[in-house]
Ligand binder design. Structure first.
Ligand code: NAD
Length: 544
């Protein structure tokens, strides 16, 4: 619809036809979980346009219940199944935007009437009817974006919800130290999480079903939401010579496919990720809308802007928390062979002395040599979206990590801090790049706990007593200058791995130690990051 509407604005005389196999055009698919949860009350709010409104506003010929069942690129026609029978429709220019279909995981009994996808308005209406009816127990298969939004919505409606995720943590694009914060929030809301576990079989019963899991558990459910990912809906084009990669349509920077006068956009196309250069579908609404508009430009004017490579900026609400992310995560950077370092920060969203300040958990990956910003993630009650949007903007603009310290961001106590979280990222990145600070990462915990180092916890004794690593020596940073001989004796020439609560005091301690000639490094993000990184394991690793 972005392409069609833009094309009309560029060419008042074009004959523009839109073919849609379903009964709705331009519905708000991102709103479906919120309809299930009741925050969006009416289906009308989800139906953004009708064929009539599109005819009136844009002179578009929108044909619902018209399914494209074939494409003849030489004859330049599409074969369409219509309510009145099959027809061949000619085109001068064709835009393919078929989107993606939900993946059906290999689970016996998935065809049970208890199982639902959440792709269409009708899917959402069916799920909501059950929620409005007698359903009281739900299982959500897959804890990606849709699964988490659905789980939150179902819990909001008072259902008992179990979320089953195949990988070792929920929301796999999020780093583990972010995902564990979200998992805690979900558990706090009363949801049950099963991570690293698969559903094996769905057994229908007279009054519901049993979801049999790979750990032997059988979870009773009135309703199962299947949100285990999507795949491009391109099967119909397979035999046409359309170039695809793992089912996704390959396009150039203007959205052109290999077939003459055939373009493609949306969840069904391969994108090239901005940071890593990896080629894969990036099924997000922002890039899809942008691509649609730019394809219309490319059709109307040969000098159209190329489509920007997506950063994959995304956001999801989970209870009181927001998780926002942009760019590459650790796994993607490792896959791409990129060198990177990571800073973790735990600043407040606004001035601490103004009531209501809440912690943000923010982490940023950057190239330690060039300073290129590679990715960032933030979890918090307020302001996570703003911080990630600023970083995404900086990344698009080519700013380096240390440049973030120069940004003039809006500030007054209810909104931010004179030294905003974003400024802090810039300062910290600058410290890392100039060698003013040396970090150790939570992934290096085994090293920090080994005989190769002296692990020094510089929090107060009271904080130390709330939970610490058993190998740690406790010297508060305020006492460190007077106890350097003690440190020297304990270190016996080994490097010192310093840590504190959030990384601020350990940085001060690190500078004291460097000044005294020690080989020292400081834990990125401190105990707050370490606890989040360890998740449920924190209780067994830390001692009191
Ligand atoms: P997804 O890829 O985000 O998540 C699918 C999840 O299912 C993954 O965590 C995966 O590990 C898990 N999984 C796969 N097979 C499984 C199995 N057999 N058992 C248990 N878990 C399994 O896909 P989605 O949630 O279906 O969403 C579809 C697309 O829509 C995504 O690519 C997403 O980016 C996009 N989307 C984005 C937003 C947003 O940005 N807020 C919201 C909704 C959807």
């Amino acid at each position: 619809m972005s392409a069609a509407a833009r094309l009309r604005r560029l060419d008042e005389n074009a004959q523009i036809t839109v073919l849609e196999r379903g009964p709705y055009v331009s519905f708000a698919n991102c709103g479906l979980p919120y309809f299930v949860g009741g925050e969006i009350e009416d289906t009308d709010a989800l139906l953004l346009q009708t064929p009539q409104s599109l005819r009136a506003g844009f002179d578009l010929d929108v044909r619902i219940n018209h399914e494209v069942i074939g494409l003849a690129p030489l004859a330049k026609t599409v074969q369409v199944a219509t309510p009145e029978g099959e027809i061949a429709m000619p085109y001068d220019q064709l835009i393919l935007a078929p989107g993606a279909d939900p993946v059906a995981p290999p689970i016996e009994g998935l065809d049970s009437p208890r199982c639902h996808y959440l792709r269409t308005v009708d899917d959402a209406v069916r799920v909501r009817d059950k929620v409005d009816g007698t359903a009281s127990q739900a299982v959500v298969l897959g804890a990606g974006f849709i699964g988490l939004e659905a789980a939150e919505a179902l819990r909001h409606r008072g259902l008992e919800v179990t979320v089953v995720e195949a990988t070792d943590h929920i929301l796999p694009p999020a780093e583990i130290e972010m995902a564990n914060l979200l998992a805690d929030e979900l558990r706090g809301m009363g949801l049950v999480l099963r991570e690293g576990i698969l559903a094996k079989r769905i057994e229908d019963q007279s009054d519901g079903c049993l979801v049999h899991l790979s750990n032997g558990e059988a979870v009773p459910a009135d309703l199962v939401v299947v949100s285990t990912g999507i795949r491009p809906a391109t099967a119909v084009f397979e035999a046409t010579g359309l170039a695809c990669d793992k089912g996704a349509i390959v396009v150039d920077q203007h959205g052109r496919t290999n077939l003459p006068d055939v373009f493609a956009a949306g969840d069904a196309v391969v994108s090239q990720e901005a940071v890593t250069g990896a080629k894969r579908p990036v099924p997000l609404a922002g890039p899809a809308n942008r691509a649609g508009r730019l394809i219309a430009d490319a059709i109307a004017a040969p000098s159209a802007r190329p489509q920007p490579q997506p950063l994959g900026t995304a956001i999801v609400r989970i209870g009181e928390l927001t998780c926002a992310l942009t760019g590459a995560n650790r796994a993607a950077l490792v896959r791409a062979g990129r060198q990177f370092t990571t800073v973790h920060l735990h600043p407040l969203n606004h001035a601490g002395y103004f009531p209501g300040a809440k912690r943000l958990d923010l982490m940023v990956h950057f190239d330690p040599v060039s300073g290129e910003l590679l990715g960032a993630q933030c979890v918090g009650q307020n302001g996570a979206d703003k911080r990630i949007d600023v970083i995404a903007t900086a990344m698009r603009g080519g700013l380096k990590a240390a440049d973030l310290m120069d940004l003039d961001l809006c500030y007054s106590p209810p909104y931010g801090s004179a030294r905003d979280a974003i400024t802090m990222v810039g300062l910290l990145a600058d410290n890392v790049m100039t060698g003013q600070t040396t970090l150790w990462q939570p992934e290096q915990l085994a090293w920090a706990r080994s005989d190769e180092t002296l692990l020094l916890d510089v929090r107060s004794p009271a904080e130390f007593a709330t939970g610490h690593l058993p190998e740690a020596t406790n010297i508060p940073h305020t006492k460190l200058r007077g106890r350097l001989d003690e440190v020297r004796a304990a270190a016996e020439g080994r490097p010192i791995a310093v840590m504190c609560q959030s990384g601020v005091r350990s940085y001060i301690a690190h500078r004291i130690l460097v000044g005294a000639g020690f080989d020292s490094s400081t834990l990125s993000g401190g105990m707050l990051t370490l606890r989040a990184y360890l998740g449920k394991d924190a209780e067994s690793v830390l001692v009191k």
